[in-house]
Design a protein. Structure first.
Length: 142
């Protein structure tokens, strides 16, 4: 059988992100990863891109197949080390899987806020710079 091209499940640094940089989620289908990471790079906003193992499926298909859920995202956040890299506790999820926002926050014991991002990678250019600015202006936690 043929397997879809996939990237490793972990967080990727785009630019030189710091403790106030945005954290975004996508699936590990290589095409999705490259499209989303390129869209983030284009904004010039240093960010962390969390890649969820979806067995090489796109975001919506990965969700439909049960590979991306609140519990899988929570496990990724707890295990990948991102909590040591950022001071905030905000995760941007793709708009296409907005329905997992509540279950993700619950699986993370309500310690993270889930922000619903654009449905398509093309929306990142308009969304990310304003979101990053707002994130930096918020009162610090911890």
């Amino acid at each position: 059988p043929r397997f879809p091209m996939a990237v490793e499940e972990k967080y990727y640094e785009i630019g030189e992100p710091g403790e106030e940089s945005p954290v975004l989620l996508t699936s590990n289908w290589a095409l999705t990863y490259f499209v989303v990471s390129s869209a983030i790079e284009t904004t010039k906003v240093p960010s962390f891109l969390l890649v969820q193992d979806s067995e090489g499926l796109g975001v919506l298909t990965g969700w439909a197949a049960g590979k991306i859920s609140g519990s899988t995202v929570a496990k990724l956040i707890k295990n990948c080390g991102i909590e040591q890299r950022v001071k905030h506790r905000k995760l941007v999820i793709p708009g296409r899987i907005a329905r997992i926002s509540g279950e993700t926050m619950e699986a993370l014991d309500w310690k993270w806020e889930v922000v619903v991002g654009p449905k398509e990678a093309t929306g990142i250019g308009a969304f990310l710079p304003a979101y990053a600015k707002k994130l930096k202006e918020e009162p610090k936690q911890g």
